[in-house]
Design a protein around this ligand. Structure first.
Ligand SMILES: [Zn+2]
Length: 542
């Protein structure tokens, strides 16, 4: 019998798992990560073909591992992403019977309203006509040295003026040459009351060469919302328990960087493979699904979710918590893995976010004797990943993250740079923490301070609101407010739409960020919000 014991001891590697088991886990993590981060998946951009392949792969893995489908369509939970506006094909412009080429010869203003118009128009006598040609060159010249000059404001004033004099459309041009406007589908400024377009330099030279004559104009402008269809993948392990543990990781990445979230600006578009961000977390999720399905710990149910559109603003996880496929009241806690593939072998340190969201985390983490790594704690329940959506629903969260690196959001975040052994340590840690947990009742939830990382770091002040990045209307919709911060103190609440900060209109999150950067600590200003179609204003001090 002795030799058997010796043999058994030899098989035990670190963490008490058999070498064979660990080898299998490492091989599986590698296989998933190499596939998900391969060029075939083209960076898994939410709504694109690569994201479909990735989500199908995860659904197949869940099925193989014996999980039940718990999406709205089998394993999938499809949802729509509002991607701004697009110019429809039927948009056209004819001057003197000749069609102009969209983009080359004319551009639709980003915030133009849709509509058809026709009539005679002359660049030199506007007010007699219904269609106005408006030359911007003089105003541009006058304001050349003016640091406060804003083309968008000028255009908006010109359109209002034309409308008040019964114009049905405005066609802008710049007789001094340069093109100053191009269509931006993400523009969220208020729509113009009448259609508005801009003739490019090429279009003006070809079709409007004589500014003293009259032209016949005919046009249809048609803009529509641009929708992308993304999908979460949801698998369930039903142990007939009263409480469920949610484990999540986002499956999407940046594609070719089309959404402007790449660290490489103005480069040739290239595939962002996102091996660490977040093929690493997704692969770990798949392996945890197999481990938990086989686990003897049957005192919980497990819901495993691969979220899409995290990179666009946590869209998938927000959609899930608003449209949950199990009752959120039965969720004990949520574990999120985002970028768990770069454990540094020399520091061997992992960051655990959300540590302050439950007083129980300490004993649960301490319960894991062989951790495999050092832990750095971040108390905040909010951060730049999907656990934030669950924290906002008063659910305790724990966020696993092996740290930032120079390949972050670059095409060079590749599968050969991943520390697979480090990933397996994360998987084993989560497994042990769950298996050692003695389920009796829900762990308590606690509110935390707001994270100091993320975009807020660029500003010296903030209001302490969490903007809803998926909101497509005018203004900044408040998704949540932080304790003890200016917004909360004056009574701004989730659902409010911030429209103005001091003298700055906050038409979009970008405009809001720009406005914020104009203030410093101690400044006082007025915030205008709309709440249930009422305008309210608040005096805040940063
Ligand atoms: Zn990312």
């Amino acid at each position: 019998m002795m030799y058997r014991i010796v043999f058994a001891l030899l098989l035990v590697s670190s963490f008490g798992y058999g070498q064979k088991q660990n080898k299998k886990l490492l091989a599986a993590l590698q296989k998933h990560t190499y596939y998900l981060a391969s060029d075939e998946l083209q960076g898994r951009r939410a709504g694109d073909a690569g994201e479909k392949l990735a989500s199908q792969y995860i659904a197949d893995q869940f099925k193989n591992n014996g999980l039940l489908p718990k999406g709205s369509v089998e394993y999938f939970q499809p949802f729509e992403i509002n991607d701004g506006r697009k110019v429809d094909e039927k948009t056209n412009l004819k001057i003197n019977g000749k069609s102009l080429k969209l983009k080359e010869e004319f551009e639709v203003l980003s915030n133009s309203t849709s509509g058809s118009f026709s009539g005679d128009a002359s660049p030199s006598i506007q007010e007699a006509n219904q269609v106005w040609f408006v030359d911007l060159s003089e105003s541009l010249e006058e304001n050349k040295e003016n640091p406060h000059f804003d083309v968008a404001n000028l255009i908006s004033e010109k359109i209002k003026n034309a409308k008040s004099k019964n114009a049905t459309a405005v066609i802008f041009f710049n007789s001094n040459g340069n093109n100053i406007l191009s269509f931006n589908g993400k523009d969220r400024t208020e729509q113009t009351p009448i259609p508005a377009i801009f003739l490019t330099k090429q279009g003006r030279e070809k079709h409007l060469s004589d500014l003293s004559t009259t032209y016949s104009v005919e046009s249809t402008i048609s803009l529509s919302p641009k929708i992308r269809n993304a999908r979460n993948v949801v698998g369930y392990i039903d142990n007939g328990a009263p409480l469920t543990i949610v484990i999540g990781a986002h499956l999407d990445h940046l594609g070719y960087g089309e959404d402007g979230n790449s660290m490489i600006k103005n480069g040739e578009p290239s595939i962002h493979n996102g091996a660490d961000d977040n093929a690493s977390g997704t692969s770990s999720l798949v392996e945890l699904s197999a481990i938990l399905k086989k686990s003897k710990q049957k005192k919980y149910n497990y819901l495993l979710i691969a979220f899409s559109a995290e990179e666009l603003g946590l869209n998938g996880s927000k959609y899930f918590v608003e449209n949950p496929t199990i009752s959120l009241n039965t969720v004990n806690y949520m574990i999120n893995m985002d970028m768990v593939g770069r454990l540094n072998d020399s520091t061997n340190t992992i960051t655990l976010g959300g540590y302050g969201t439950s007083p129980s985390w300490k004993s649960m983490i301490d319960g894991v004797k062989e951790k495999g790594f050092n832990i750095k704690y971040d108390s905040s329940g909010t951060g730049p990943s999907d656990h934030t959506s669950f924290y906002r629903k008063d659910i305790p969260v724990l966020f696993f993250f092996t740290g930032l690196h120079t390949d972050y959001h670059k095409p060079s975040d590749d599968a050969d740079k991943i520390n697979y052994n480090g990933m397996s340590k994360v998987v084993r840690f989560i497994q042990q923490m769950i298996e050692l947990d003695k389920p009796a009742q829900k762990i308590a939830f606690a509110k935390t301070r707001e994270s100091q990382t993320g975009t807020s770091a660029r500003f010296t002040v903030s209001m302490g609101i969490m903007p809803d990045y998926s909101f497509s209307g005018y203004g900044v919709r408040v998704d949540g407010v932080s304790e003890n911060r200016p917004a909360k103190k004056v009574g701004i609440i989730a659902g409010d739409i911030v429209k103005q900060l001091g003298e700055h209109k906050t038409s979009s999150v970008e405009a809001y960020m720009q406005a914020l950067s104009k203030f410093k600590k101690g400044d006082k200003t007025t915030v205008v919000v709309s709440r249930a179609n009422q305008e309210l204003s608040f005096e805040i001090i940063f």
